[in-house]
Design a protein around this ligand. Structure first.
Ligand code: PLP
Length: 361
């Protein structure tokens, strides 16, 4: 059985050690780094050439006959591995890593900005356009059924991935930025009056600042930010002191994109709930780095982007807890979010289908 991230253990809200998820532990990472980079752990200022000996990824994805990774598969050689998978095999899943840049094999370390896509994702997209392309939920023919099945299967998989408990909690959006704007406009703006307060933190990406500034400007609400200490940790006591009878919503990052702080989101949502205030967690930088269990985090909304977790561009997820999602008002109108339209009135689908105008197939 899969270990649930929230299960108690020495890893706190991470639940279980990384090894339980097939990820490398600290020791394994250290020996992996040491085997790839001879200077690892010795000197920070080691010359790049001496420290950098990348493994060459095969251009066609099939490991060549003489590849040392093949030898590992036959138990002949001990090569760098991530979990139980040889590093070279992982590189071979990413066609772009066969590119040469300035005469060097490509090494991609900018994953916080965007990830490279593995062959499996590229091939699944190609398969869609070759075999399934049609309108989701909007046709009675074979291709519409295939596209709709694929789309709803993705919703169920996302729900399992973040332990949402129900595929009906998953709204597909264009990315974290749109997800945060959706929460701000569809759920929070309708409950704001002049003088009401929204809490964010000093750790936020601007995608989790600007939507709140906009709804605050439009409604006369006030934006307040929880401070951090010298090491970039949220000062929980100061955060708790920001709550008062005017507080209506809290939006917080899970992991800071700038300094990597892991925010104590469980504690923060618990404090907010104590004041009857709903919460949103920006998971853009957490969902790719740690097991996420939205039920145990306790937030009403959780948002993230596909392109930061090896998925396609232009797709993201807003998780909404059942009653919070039901309480949200339609934001962008048209397309698949309606169940019936006349010139006099519109009837909407139930959540999650009422939250987006048209599924991005
Ligand atoms: C913490 C955080 N939130 C939100 C975003 C915005 O994500 P996107 O551009 O995919 O909408 C980013 C992007 O770097 C981020 O790091």
């Amino acid at each position: 059985m899969t270990t649930r991230p929230s299960d108690a253990g020495p890893y706190g809200s991470w639940g279980s050690p990384p090894e339980a998820y097939g990820l490398p532990g600290e020791d394994e990472l250290a020996s992996l780094a040491a085997s790839c980079f001879p200077e690892f752990g010795r000197r920070w200022d080691a010359p790049l050439d001496a420290a950098y000996r990348p493994t060459v990824a095969p251009a066609d994805g099939n490991l060549p006959a003489g590849s040392p990774a093949r030898a590992v598969d036959h138990g002949l050689l001990s090569l760098p591995r991530v979990g139980s998978v040889p590093l070279e095999k992982i590189r071979s899943d990413f066609p772009i890593l066969s590119e040469r840049v300035n005469g060097h094999e490509l090494v991609w370390l900018d994953n916080a900005a965007t990830t490279q896509r593995p062959r499996q994702v590229i091939e699944r997209l190609t398969y869609y356009y070759e075999h399934e392309n049609s309108n989701v939920h909007r046709g009675a023919h074979t291709l519409a059924a295939r596209a709709t099945d694929a789309y709803e299967d993705a919703r169920a998989r996302v729900s399992d991935f973040i332990w949402a408990g129900s595929a009906d909690s998953i709204v597909f959006v264009r990315g974290t930025t749109e997800g945060l704007n959706l929460v701000a406009n569809a759920y929070v703006k309708p409950i704001l009056s002049p003088g009401d307060e929204i809490i964010i933190t000093y750790l936020e990406h601007h995608a989790n600042i600007v939507p709140w500034q906009l709804v605050a400007e439009e409604t006369g609400a006030v934006l307040r930010a929880a401070p951090v200490d010298d090491s970039g940790q949220i000062i929980l006591s100061d955060y708790a002191r920001l709550f008062n009878r005017n507080t209506r919503f809290v939006s917080m990052t899970h992991v800071s994109n700038a300094i990597g702080t892991v925010a104590p989101v469980q504690e923060m949502t618990t404090i907010a709930r104590g004041y009857g205030v709903r919460t949103c967690v920006d998971g853009a930088q957490s969902v790719s780095h740690m097991p996420v269990d939205v039920s145990s985090i306790g937030a009403d909304f959780f948002v993230f982007s596909g392109h930061k977790i090896f998925g396609p561009n232009g797709i993201g997820v807003t998780y909404g807890r059942g009653d919070a999602l039901e309480a949200a008002r339609p934001w962008q109108g048209g397309g698949n979010m309606i169940s019936d339209v006349t010139f006099e009135r519109t009837l909407y689908q139930r959540a999650p289908k009422n939250s987006r105008p048209a599924p991005a197939a």
